[in-house]
Design a protein around this ligand. Sequence first.
Ligand code: DQA
Length: 141
Amino acid sequence: MKHIAIVNGPNLNLLGTREPEIYGEQSFEDYFEGLGARWSGLVLTHFQSNVEGEIINELQALENSGRCDGIVLNAAAYTHTSIAIADTLKAIKTPVVLVHISNVFAREAERKTDLMVASAKGLICGMGLQGYDLAIRALMS
Ligand code: DQA
């Protein structure tokens, strides 16, 4: 069975209550339950952290496991600032598809900087939570 890992960054534990006009009203746990059912032929895991180093440790652990076939990463605000996470993406070989729930290119200027995208297979942006489903599809194709 293939293993796809979702890694979510800071404040994504607050989905459902956080700025619902931008991110919607569904919690990630709730969405993830449906996603798992839809992709029942996969080992689908979810990790979330508000801490930069923990995200780096998780990405390295997934790479070192030798068992992860793809990573769906929403680095949240770290997308725009973290050279450290960008370096991790450069160091690992596991394919990574980036997701942003909102269309960051239609928002504030600082959200248009993406330090991750150069090392990713691709980016899905502005499609709401279904972006995670689309990213899995992209990794499986
Ligand atoms: C986000 C967009 C980021 O700019 C923001 O900091 C987030 C969420 C998104 O999924 O739309 O926390 O990554």
